[in-house]
Design a protein around this ligand. Structure first.
Ligand code: UT7
Length: 334
């Protein structure tokens, strides 16, 4: 079933903001922490360094607020005009008390309601679906969507197979209605709960409440069966992208950019190969930011914003814990 927009209102991204912490964690530093080496990490993932929010007193909200303020300043936006704030994250400041509510208050979005969205690495993709639908409904005019994760707060820095991938960061976009004719075109989103055994944080929820056993057993850290996740990520992201391209009758030559979740350069390359897209048409920041989970897509938009023009066709793709995945088609509006 295609995404059909019965509304005459088209939702578009009209501004982008971002924040990454200053501190870098390089491959050579990781070599001192676990048994690994720069050659292996670069060859197997494409990552050279990531950013880490070192200050233990600061949570994900710190980066989300910075990204939102960057957008607000650039756009000269009055924050009281924002109707809703969505924060896609798997590392909220606290399990209860939405990080989005705190972010909205701190940026003075006093007329907004706010909530967190948890879909792991697909969080921002799902969030774009939510935000664009809210705009297309006609009930809301400005929705601020933020993808933010302090992955360093859940990564086990003794586990060499996961700690080499992740980094911290935040990105934000504003969804608004617009009459350029450009904006949200189509989406294909899916999930499969049988995947939760391969990528998770087991404890701290209702199934395994926090106890001395869960802490001692390392059950509050991120666990990933990398090989299995890799296999699913390649096949599901590729088929989602192909579905979007096929049903919108898009000639891949007319795609301006593929905007893929940044988990592993080999996954990204495999998708691009399948749709015959040259590397210069594939957005990438994995080399210097690693996998920032819910923040990868908006951080890509921030880095490529100056290269984009109205009407540019962008194909988004993501895959993450849950499992969750999908692809979307958006035409750039400015
Ligand atoms: O973002 C959300 C979704 N996440 C993903 O999409 C991530 C998907 N998975 C991956 O990106 C990759 O599976 C990893 C980067 C996590 C791991 O790469 P891999 O090529 O799948 O490695 P592997 O786990 O199959 O391990 C291959 C070998 C093993 O050694 P043996 O058994 O062949 O002797 C590992 O012990 O590489 C070894 N290895 C390492 N060696 C050096 C694993 N991690 C490291 C390391 N440094 N950091």
């Amino acid at each position: 079933m295609n995404y059909i927009n019965p509304s005459p209102i088209k939702a578009a991204i009209t501004a982008v903001g971002a924040y990454v912490p200053e501190d870098k964690l390089t491959n050579s530093e990781l070599e001192k922490m676990v048994e690994t080496n720069d050659e292996w990490i670069v060859a197997r993932t494409g990552i050279k360094e990531r950013r880490i929010l070192k200050d233990p007193s600061k949570g994900t909200s710190f980066m989300a607020i910075k990204a939102a303020q960057d957008l607000i300043n650039k756009r000269n936006l009055d924050p009281t005009e924002i109707d809703a704030v969505i924060v896609a994250t798997i590392t909220p400041d606290m399990n209860v008390a939405a990080t989005a509510a705190y972010v909205a208050s701190e940026i003075k979005a006093s007329n907004a309601f706010a909530f967190d969205l948890q879909a792991a690495c697909s969080g921002f993709l799902y969030g774009m679906s939510n935000a664009s639908s809210m705009i297309a409904s006609g009930r809301y005019h400005k929705v601020l969507l933020i993808g933010a994760d302090k992955m360093s707060s859940i990564v086990d820095y003794t586990d060499r197979t996961t700690c080499i991938i992740f980094g911290d960061g935040a990105g934000a976009v504003l969804f608004e209605s617009n009459n350029s004719g450009y904006g949200w075109e189509d989406e294909y989103l899916r999930s499969d709960g049988s995947g939760r055994m391969f990528l998770n944080i087991k404890a701290g929820g209702s199934l395994f409440p926090t106890s001395s056993e869960t802490v001692e057993g390392g059950m509050h850290n991120l666990y990933q069966d990398g090989k299995t996740v890799f296999k699913y990520a390649v096949s599901e992201m590729t088929s989602a992208v192909e579905k979007i391209i096929y049903r919108n009758e898009i000639n891949p030559d007319t795609v301006a950019y593929l905007v893929p979740h940044q988990a592993n350069k080999r996954i990204i390359d495999a998708i691009a190969r399948r749709i015959s897209l040259p590397s210069e048409k594939v957005m990438s920041n994995i080399e210097y930011l690693g996998n920032t989970t819910a923040a990868t897509l908006p951080l890509l938009l921030k880095d490529y914003e100056s290269k984009l023009s109205p009407g540019d066709r962008l194909i988004f793709a993501a895959f993450g814990g849950g499992f969750t995945w999908g692809a979307a088609y958006l035409t750039w509006a400015y």
